[in-house]
Design a protein around this ligand. Structure first.
Ligand code: NDP
Length: 329
């Protein structure tokens, strides 16, 4: 019986608890693939799941981690052979199925993509769900007519994983990028990623009327709440808002006026269960023409499984930035 280490989350009569455990390697069932995981990453959702501060898991106990990259060890799926380099993000991982915070991951082969040309396991996990979600937002906005002439792209939660990826991606696509960040010390870092201007979190607080001065051709919002409402009021005609996150709140109190008088679109983005053909297309972009110019500089910390709990607490307290890579080997 082969054994492996994993960061496992429980909710039982002791309440929420999580930590490293030694598990027994499973047998892949029909359609499943067994992967030796080399890298994962830390996303906000991982921090919510790992601390129990968010209701993310649907069943307990589960191994955490919504991202994984590694090599196939055994395959019961026709598309994958031992030795293949693969990635997986989202789907049921750390939701109703074990996730990527483990040396071994056994998942349906349909959740896997071959590692795209141009990426290795580490760079794929620097991108991870954060990069994929920024790419999904770009895809939804471009499909809905986004173009540089509409005006700058506003990006909130800018120093976070999704925010920093969105800055780099839209800068690479030739857009003027305006970042909103609550971390004054990181304004220089954000400009280095491609932000033309950086505003503080209160910059739009005076935007209270249903229609205020139109400032943004597009927006990527990872914060929600009041900030998202302020964005709706300051969008240019025809602009797109990609709604991604709730780091500042899940409620939205807004007027319909921007939607019916300026034709503003609010585009929901859910990275979890994007069908494989679009998933593969977006990863191909991330590995080539949408790849952040300085991807390697977006990693601010590299940790192992032992470091997860401490990072989760810091992330939820707003004291992390950029991407946090998890190395299994
Ligand atoms: P991070 O923690 O890396 O980034 C969040 C950023 O939001 C912080 O760095 C901070 O940026 C800002 N922020 C944090 N707290 C507050 C607050 N109270 N008010 C305003 N701003 C705040 O997380 P991720 O980038 O991984 O995720 C961001 C959000 O997007 C989360 O809500 C997450 O659940 C969601 N998400 C959704 C996905 C989807 O498929 N829809 C996929 C991935 C993430 P700064 O200090 O620079 O302002």
């Amino acid at each position: 019986m082969k054994r492996y280490s994993a960061f496992r989350i429980h909710r039982d009569d002791r309440g929420h608890h999580a930590g490293i455990e030694t598990l027994t390697q499973p047998e892949p069932a029909a359609g499943e693939v067994l992967i030796r995981v080399s890298h994962s990453s830390v996303n906000y959702k991982d921090a919510l799941a790992g601390t129990g501060q968010g209701k993310i898991l649907r069943t307990f106990p589960l191994v955490g981690g919504i991202d994984a990259a590694g090599r196939v060890e055994r395959s019961n799926h026709p598309d994958f052979q031992p030795g293949d380099a693969v990635i997986a993000t989202g789907w049921g991982m750390s939701f109703d199925h074990d996730g990527g915070y483990a040396e071994i991951l056994c998942v349906p082969g349909d959740w896997l993509l071959p590692l795209p040309d141009g990426l290795d396991a580490a760079s794929a996990m620097i991108l991870g769900t954060a990069g994929f979600t920024a790419a999904l937002a770009a895809h939804r906005m471009l499909t809905n007519g986004q173009r540089p002439e509409l005006g700058p792209i506003l990006i909130t939660g800018a120093s976070g994983g999704v925010g920093s990826m969105a800055i780099a991606l839209f800068a690479r696509l030739g857009y003027e990028v305006v970042a909103i960040s609550g971390k004054p010390a990181l304004h220089g870092w954000l400009r280095g990623l491609g932000a033309n201007r950086v505003l503080d979190r209160e910059a739009l607080a005076e935007a209270k009327r249903p229609l205020e001065k139109a400032q943004w051709g597009g927006a990527i919002d990872t914060v929600g709440g009041d900030l998202l409402a302020q964005i709706t009021r300051t969008m240019a005609p025809g602009g797109n808002i990609a709604a991604i996150g709730l780091a500042g709140g899940h409620e939205l109190h807004a007027s319909v006026m921007p939607f019916i008088l300026r034709g503003v679109s609010l585009l929901g983005c859910n990275s979890v269960d994007i069908p494989s053909p679009l998933r593969a297309e977006l990863w191909r972009h991330l590995a080539s023409d949408w790849r952040p110019a300085r991807l390697e500089t977006m990693v601010t910390e590299t940790i192992d499984l032992e470091g997860l709990s401490e990072v989760f607490a810091r992330m939820l307290a707003g004291r992390t930035h950029g991407r946090i890579l998890v190395r299994m080997e």
